[in-house]
Design a protein around this ligand. Structure first.
Ligand SMILES: [Zn+2]
Length: 231
């Protein structure tokens, strides 16, 4: 199965062929739908059948290494469909996801604080760090906005795992650990952040827009949580 979103996160429509039907959902020969992983919510959208019937994609998961689409109608093995992504949602996830890289990198370089949890939905991102208060996070978000405004082009490329592991901070969050493969996909915001990462991001930090802190919460001595969105 080809995971097309890794090469082109902006593709919103693509043909696909049903190559497997499982109790959990169907597999396509190539998918533009990104599963729920790496702290990102699953993509949404539709599959359009040859008879123009719309089949809703209700969930996207990775099972045994492969992307599985849960759908609200039965499809047939071998049938071709047009995949249509809810791109408004995807773009919001990409903008929040890229913002989260910048915020995590400032927390790492300035406060030596690694991200310890997080989740990105269409409405907001939630990140957790071992330290921080409202003032710290307000100033980190100001700085993240200054960086985003610079219009930095992201670089996405592959690197051998052995070489990638030598880069400090390449894996910032255990649960976002890349799969055990020889070659890692690297997402770099030059001068700001470098991370092993399979998920979709914007091409240029300008596309993030304005990052806005929604809420700060202390979840205990070593767990400080922020909610933010992009406008
Ligand atoms: Zn990422």
């Amino acid at each position: 199965m080809e995971e097309v979103y890794r090469e082109d996160s902006y593709l919103r429509e693509l043909e696909g062929k049903v190559i497997d039907i499982t109790p959990e959902g169907i597999k396509l020969d190539k998918t533009i739908f990104h599963p729920r992983e790496g702290g990102l919510e699953a993509d949404s959208g539709y599959l359009i059948r040859k008879n123009e019937e719309e089949v809703k994609v209700t969930d996207v998961k990775r099972l045994d290494g492969e992307v599985v689409l849960a759908v609200d109608k039965a499809l047939e093995f071998g049938e071709s469909v047009i995949q249509k992504l809810d791109f408004d949602k995807r773009l919001k996830l990409m903008r929040l996801h890229t913002a989260s890289h910048i915020i995590a990198s400032i927390m790492f370089s300035k406060y030596n604080a690694s991200i310890i949890g997080g989740n990105i939905t269409e409405e907001y991102a939630r990140d957790e760090f071992p330290i921080g208060d409202k003032d710290i996070f307000s100033s980190v978000i100001d700085e993240a906005n200054n960086i985003a405004d610079q219009g930095i082009e992201l670089k996405v490329y592959e690197l051998e795992k052995e070489k990638a592991m030598q880069i400090p901070g390449i894996v910032k969050l255990g649960e976002r650990m890349p799969p055990d493969v020889k070659v890692w996909r690297i997402v770099e915001i030059p001068g700001v952040d470098i991370q092993a990462d399979g998920g979709p991001h914007v091409k240029n930090t300008k596309e993030i827009g304005k990052i806005v802190l929604i809420k700060f919460e202390s979840k205990g001595k070593d767990r400080k949580r922020i909610y933010y969105t992009v406008e």
